[in-house]
Design a protein around this ligand. Structure first.
Ligand code: SF4
Ligand code: SF4
Length: 379
């Protein structure tokens, strides 16, 4: 296992982190039904093979995720790893809510101290709420009482607000979505570099788009992977592409079985920063182009159209729709959209005012496309 030192914090973290949102289940339809025996096997194998960063969150596995991790890391194992968990910002209305969640999370995790504590899924709206409820005082108090070690946030919105959040507080780290197909989405590569320049460690989530960049890839894309300089699986190459960026501290992968874990650990044994050749980078461009052939809306996720007066998160809605067409997983994409795009930011709120259209450098007829999305996702 390779390790990187997170700046500011000066802690040695495994470049592969265990994302605990896709643990094996006994009943596939019930996220609550963690298969504790199998999942504990994965956790213990990960620790034995050098993974020292475990990422969970209050809502994972319908609030059973933290409790499972607390049980799995009982005793000496707790001292071998860093635990990261997240405060559900969407449920915060007043100062005491933050204290209440943190105390509940410490009980769930059976620990006196959460090493890495994040405000979960920050966006423009939630950021305003956090400022109103005095999040700074909450952090100061929690750190003084020894309840949290380091403070950061995970993020889902456009780059402009990402940079504003970074500028506004002495964060130690942040967590962003980033992979070779989503280089410009949300914070994107520019946000990654900005966070690093400001001294933050950066944790990466969705490195393989929930497995879509790892399994069942079409033949034409597999052929391109075979042209890359080393014989690695698409999943390993996807991780390598991210680890190539020296600004990245840890890449989280939500591994659901031992085989995936072994595959990722093998990759994390040998892949350093700045290790991709010019030729490999060129092949990655071909791979991206091949995927993007099925992209329906030429949105680059630049975010210039934001904010929409009706609250629609235009780049996120387009990204979900494009993803559905790229991967052809229409039913799954609809479920993901309804579950993960906040209702007030969904396409159904578009009033066709067209204010956004004059700001779009791609000249996308956004209101027309929103009509398409309304039919696709909401009918
Ligand atoms: S056209 Fe729709 S998406 Fe664009 S600004 Fe108006 S309401 Fe928002
Ligand atoms: S719709 Fe246009 S302005 Fe908005 S994010 Fe996409 S490309 Fe940028």
């Amino acid at each position: 296992m390779l390790y990187r030192i997170m700046p500011k914090i000066n802690k040695k973290l495994s470049i592969l982190g265990m994302g605990c949102m896709r643990l094996p289940l006994t009943d596939k339809k019930s996220p609550k039904s963690i298969d504790e025996k199998k999942a504990a096997g994965i956790v213990h194998y990960a620790i034995d093979n050098g993974i020292n960063y475990f990422d969970t969150a209050y809502p994972y596995h319908e609030r059973e995720g933290e409790k499972f991790i607390g049980n799995a890391l009982k005793g000496n194992l707790r001292k071998k790893v860093y635990i990261a968990t997240k405060l559900p910002t969407w449920s915060v209305n007043e100062f005491s809510d933050m204290e209440k969640f943190l105390d509940e999370q410490l009980i769930n995790l059976k620990t006196e101290n959460i090493d890495f504590y994040l405000f979960h899924a920050l966006n423009r709206k939630r950021w305003e709420v956090l400022k109103r409820v005095n999040f700074e005082k909450f952090i100061d108090t929690a750190i003084k009482k020894g309840k949290i070690g380091h403070i950061g946030f995970s993020f889902h919105d456009d780059r402009e607000i990402f940079m504003e959040i970074i500028k506004s507080y002495e964060w130690e780290f942040c967590q962003i979505q980033f992979n070779y197909l989503n280089e410009e989405f949300q914070a994107g590569i520019e946000g990654l570099k900005y966070a690093h320049q400001n001294g933050l460690g950066v944790i990466i989530m969705e490195p393989l788009l929930g497995g879509k960049l790892a399994d069942n890839l079409p033949e034409n894309i597999i052929k391109l992977f075979n042209k890359l300089s080393k014989k690695l699986s698409p999943a390993q190459w996807g991780l390598k592409w991210i680890w190539d960026k020296p600004e990245v501290s840890v890449v989280l992968s939500g591994m659901s079985n031992i085989e995936q874990l072994k595959e990722n650990i093998t990759a994390a044994d040998s892949i350093g920063a700045d290790s991709l050749s010019k030729e490999d980078m060129e092949i990655f461009e071909l791979i991206k182009n091949e995927f993007n052939k099925n992209k329906q809306i030429p949105c680059t996720s630049c975010g210039y159209c934001q904010p929409c007066p009706s609250g629609v998160n235009i780049p996120t809605c387009f990204n979900r729709y494009n993803g559905a067409n790229i991967f052809g997983n229409f039913d799954e994409a609809k479920i993901g959209y309804l579950r993960f795009v906040v209702e007030s930011e969904q396409a159904k709120n578009c009033t066709s005012c067209r204010i956004c259209e004059e700001k779009c450098p791609q000249s996308i007829e956004i209101s027309k496309e929103m009509d398409l999305l309304k039919k696709f996702f909401h009918q």
